[in-house]
Design a protein around this ligand. Structure first.
Ligand SMILES: [Ca+2]
Length: 220
């Protein structure tokens, strides 16, 4: 480990500006990356599937996919990667970057938007810029399937009812036969506007609550 330290530190410096993480936070995340990948240079889906803390998460598949989703990288391309390197991993993790006292109002707004966009992408699985009823049904089904008490039909009914409500607020004069195309990003943002997600959206499944990264200290 000692031999690669200098090289790593050079890399870290480069990523500070790109991700907003401190060098200390990047170091911690790098350790976690190496742990997850089994000291390989890249991370694949099966590495993440083995995380115990993620095993019972109802949206496990979506979370894992988000790591390989090209839209969560700076270039906003469509599609997904087979494997990602540390830099890509860091870019995804930067969506969960905790606020600090130094975070300006402007930065806060940008961070919030980035998180909302991340969640939106998770639901807009085909990347056409809209969360359709089909996509929404799938998300709700998956979310509720773990509970066991609500079957597929129940989940479907919940999704349909919620979507209808969303549709009627989005398009006030929507007639019963009108086709609702789906939730746009702007509307999604509007729906989530009252949710204080800046400090809420942490990553617990990586066994490191990002809130603990606030002071740049390792929690363990
Ligand atoms: Ca879509």
């Amino acid at each position: 480990m000692g031999a690669t330290q200098t090289h790593s530190e050079y890399q870290y410096e480069n990523m500070v500006g790109k991700t907003g993480f401190s060098t200390e936070q990047i170091k911690n995340l790098h350790m976690r990356f190496q742990q997850l990948s089994g000291n390989e240079k890249t991370l694949r889906r099966e590495h993440l599937k083995n995380i115990p803390a993620l095993a019972n998460n109802p949206i496990k598949t979506e979370i894992i996919e988000a790591f390989f989703d090209k839209r969560n990288q700076l270039d906003n391309e469509l599609g997904s990667y087979e494997e990602i390197g540390f830099e890509e991993f860091l870019m995804v993790m930067s969506h969960f970057r905790p606020l600090s006292i130094k975070t300006s109002e402007e930065e806060r707004t940008a961070m919030r938007r980035q998180k909302v966009r991340f969640l939106f992408n998770m639901h807009d699985t085909d990347g056409d810029g809209k969360i359709t009823l089909e996509e929404y049904r799938k998300a709700v089904e998956e979310l509720l399937s773990e509970s066991g008490t609500i079957g597929q039909e129940g989940a479907r009914a919940i999704a349909d009812a919620a979507m209808l409500e969303v549709a009627s607020t989005n398009v006030p004069n929507l007639g019963p036969d009108d086709f609702y195309e789906g939730i746009t990003f702007e509307h999604f943002e509007e729906i989530l506007k009252d949710l204080e997600m800046e400090s809420r959206m942490h990553v617990r499944f990586l066994d490191m609550n990002t809130a603990n990264l606030r002071c740049g200290k390792t929690s363990s």
